[in-house]
Ligand binder design. Structure first.
Ligand SMILES: Cc1cc2nc3c(=O)[nH]c(=O)nc-3n(C[C@H](O)[C@H](O)[C@H](O)COP(=O)(O)OP(=O)(O)OC[C@H]3O[C@@H](n4cnc5c(N)ncnc54)[C@H](O)[C@@H]3O)c2cc1C
Length: 574
């Protein structure tokens, strides 16, 4: 049994949400990425009646496709974006304190080479400022001999030593889910696979809500009225703005990553290398038992409603950087196990070099529609505070919105203490427990209880080759609003990124655990599994070998996509 204090998206939650959808609401949030979740959480905690709608799954957009770093972005200092770096490192410090097990420190190494730039003094100056902005000293110089121990396969010729400093990393989709569930706990309603297809306007032309269509049942649509409508639609922001006649302002920039098995590309902490071709920093870092390499920064010409994917040129670019830095590893694109790509919602200023565009966020009020876009995963709460300040006057005198206390940081729900977790917790290694408590917050004890049900003990074991436990599969299927199998495998438990072939070898076990929880027939499961495998092969597989044609032509090639069409319409209807 799930205690009433634990809020879940269990059986029937979508139908319940549809019944309540028409409102009226105080705040309608469109977009279930980290920005929308953050706004919903702040607004609900301020006592407002909030509903959040997402056209696909929570975090389906950019918020599951980032580099998963909670960081200031050292490189932005070089570009003079001091304000962004300051806000980011402060948010990083706050998240490290409030969400251990979900946001954790990660060491970064920056090797220096004789006669190359940036040189030692540039790094020293940058890191001094970086640490000063965070109010915590994390960096130190590392001698060559120590660096060779910390990153054994680094190119040795010309190596003079380097620097080590600390940033943090997370699971971006889980962070989004955690914040969204905090919003639910504070009273917000959440509805996924629900598209805001148009804005509603009053006689004076002011936005008073949006028309929401069910992505799973195209015949179902509702006019949702709200005092404030917030579009937290990231890279899609121009679509709703366009309904108001506003000119497009977003420059969609794609960033892609390769995922290597840790045995093929072992790194104990992040390594920041300078790309030999263009001087951009490229990272390799450990994450959830694999090694991620990223990222690129290229204009994305593809349809935003089609899953983005890495192009062969991007894969070659990333491998070129790593091959130069780690020649002994003899890396090739086909050594990767998986890939993923996301689209940055960058506010375009017309600069030729995408990497020179500012990563700052924007909040535009156009005819009463508040659009929030740009920014970073790390600074989601900065954006949320700004949103609440902007809409606050519409609720004058009613709530704490706009009052000074609304501007204070909101803690994530503190991780439960061991004694609160019941007997299921006692046998778990401390690291696993910390990880679960960070990711599941208040729901951790229910997750452990579920694992303790008949046949459950062994499901507290880790899924081989990953940092996740089988118990998380059961909990996600039971209580985390899974609508399609891809929601479970790509965003709740990230087997699609961390296991070969998207986790094909464990799908039978996943089915045994999840199918009864989801209540799917065999035919439904088979269809979901086929759709997931096709999606993975098309958009998450490692890049094709150069001698074989790609699974799907890259969107930028302006050739039509081929293969199984499971994501090319505005929404998928099954
Ligand atoms: C490659 C890459 C690496 C990055 N790395 C980092 C990093 O390491 N650290 C960091 O801090 N930041 C990073 N970022 C930036 C960060 O990921 C984004 O700033 C952040 O995820 C944006 O969140 P969002 O909620 O604004 O947008 P999204 O996560 O894209 O959410 C918008 C949501 O709105 C939904 N939506 C759109 N239109 C509608 C509609 N009409 N109706 C209903 N729903 C709709 C979409 O489906 C989507 O889910 C990275 C970005 C990229 C691309």
């Amino acid at each position: 049994m799930i205690p009433p204090a634990v809020h879940v998206l269990g059986p029937g939650w979508r139908d319940d949400a549809w019944e309540r959808l028409a409102g009226p609401w105080d705040v309608l949030v469109v977009g279930g990425g980290i920005s929308g979740a953050g706004v919903a959480r702040r607004a609900a905690r301020a006592g407002l009646r909030v509903v959040l709608v997402e056209q696909r799954d929570l975090a389906w957009g950019t918020s599951s496709r980032s580099s998963k770093l909670v960081h200031g972005g050292l490189r932005y200092l070089r570009e003079g974006q001091v304000g962004i770096v300051r806000d980011s490192v402060r948010e990083r410090e706050r998240l490290l304190q409030t969400a251990p097990g979900l946001v954790d420190e990660l060491g970064f190494l920056m090797p220096t080479y004789r006669g190359t730039s940036p040189g030692r003094w540039t790094y020293t100056a940058g890191l001094e400022v970086y640490d000063a902005l965070a109010g915590r000293r994390t960096h130190r110089r590392v001698r060559r001999t120590e660096l060779e121990l910390l990153a054994p396969r680094l190119r040795a010729s010309g190596l003079t030593g380097g620097f080590r400093y600390a940033d943090a990393q997370t699971d971006d989709a889980r962070l989004t889910f955690r914040v969204a569930m905090d919003a639910v706990a504070a009273g917000a309603a959440v509805l996924t696979y629900a598209v805001a297809e148009d804005v509603l306007r009053d006689g004076a032309g002011r936005v008073i809500g949006a028309r929401i269509r069910d992505a799973l049942d195209a015949g179902r649509a509702v006019d949702v009225h709200a005092t404030a409508t917030v579009s937290a639609t990231g890279a899609w922001a121009d679509q709703l703005r366009g309904r108001l006649g506003a000119d497009p302002r977003i420059r969609p920039l794609r960033g892609s990553h390769l995922v290597f098995p840790a045995w093929r590309f072992p790194v104990a902490q992040a390594v920041n290398v300078i790309h030999p071709a263009d001087g951009r920093p490229v990272f390799a870092f450990p994450w959830e038992g694999v090694t991620l390499v990223g990222t690129t920064d290229v204009d994305h010409a593809g349809d935003l409603d089609v899953e983005p994917r890495i192009s062969p040129a991007e894969a070659a670019y990333l491998v070129e950087a790593m091959a130069a830095a780690f020649p002994a590893l003899d890396l090739h694109p086909e050594d990767a196990m998986a890939s993923f790509a996301g689209v940055r919602p960058v506010i375009g200023t017309g600069r030729a070099d995408p990497s020179k565009e500012s990563r700052d966020h924007a909040a535009w009020d156009e005819h009463g529609l508040l659009t929030l876009t740009g920014g970073k995963l790390t600074t989601f709460d900065v954006l949320a505070r700004e949103a609440l300040r902007a809409i606050g006057p519409r609720f004058a005198g009613r709530t704490a919105v706009g009052a000074p206390e609304m501007d204070r940081p909101v803690d994530a729900v503190p991780a439960p203490r061991l004694v609160e977790l019941g007997p299921g917790a006692r046998d778990l290694p401390a690291d696993d427990l910390r990880r679960l408590a960070g990711r599941y917050g208040r729901a951790t004890s229910s997750l452990l209880d579920a694992a303790g049900e008949p046949g459950g003990r062994e499901i507290l074991e880790r899924i081989p080759g990953t940092a996740s436990t089988w118990a998380e599969v059961r909990w996600a299927a039971r209580a985390e609003g899974v609508v399609h199998l891809e929601d479970l495998l790509l965003r709740r438990v990230r087997l699609g990124l961390t296991l070969p072939q998207g986790g094909a070898a464990v799908l039978d076990r996943v089915r045994a655990i999840a199918q009864p929880e989801l209540g799917w027939s065999d035919a439904r499961w088979d269809a979901e599994e086929a759709a997931y495998r096709a999606l993975w092969a098309s958009d998450y597989a490692p890049p094709a070998r150069e001698d074989s044609p790609p699974a799907r032509e890259d969107a930028d090639d302006e050739r039509p996509p081929a293969g199984v069409d499971i994501g090319s319409s505005t929404v998928r209807v099954r």
